[in-house]
Design a protein around this ligand. Sequence first.
Ligand code: 5GP
Ligand code: ZN
Length: 113
Amino acid sequence: MEDCLFCKIAAGEIPSNKLYEDEELIAFYDIDPQAPLHFLVVPKQHITSAQELSEENAALLGHIYGVIARLCREQGCEKGYRVVTNVGEDGGQTVPHLHFHVLAKRSLAWPPG
Ligand code: 5GP
Ligand code: ZN
């Protein structure tokens, strides 16, 4: 999608500090980390948010969570981590392209603000 930041990062048009990439998704470090380890997992297909998902995206979502589990194993997140996807204005979404935050390496408060 034109003028979408994460489409441009996924296409390599804007550089990112990449952890992993395959045909379906890219994972890169967040530019403004909220934990000692904070990366984003982003499908290459433009999907605006989790609100646009349906059962048709089951395989993609399974793949995303499989990659997250593998990356967290590789990064040594044995004490745990949090996966967050913000949706819309009240959810705090600032980039309107589906992405999953992975936050780790500190104890995370609950409930979130
Ligand atoms: P949201 O607020 O939509 O849930 O998350 C968007 C995230 O993208 C934020 O955590 C923000 O720091 C990150 N972000 C925004 N622009 C860039 C960028 O150009 N590069 C990287 N690596 N992260 C970005
Ligand atoms: Zn996009």
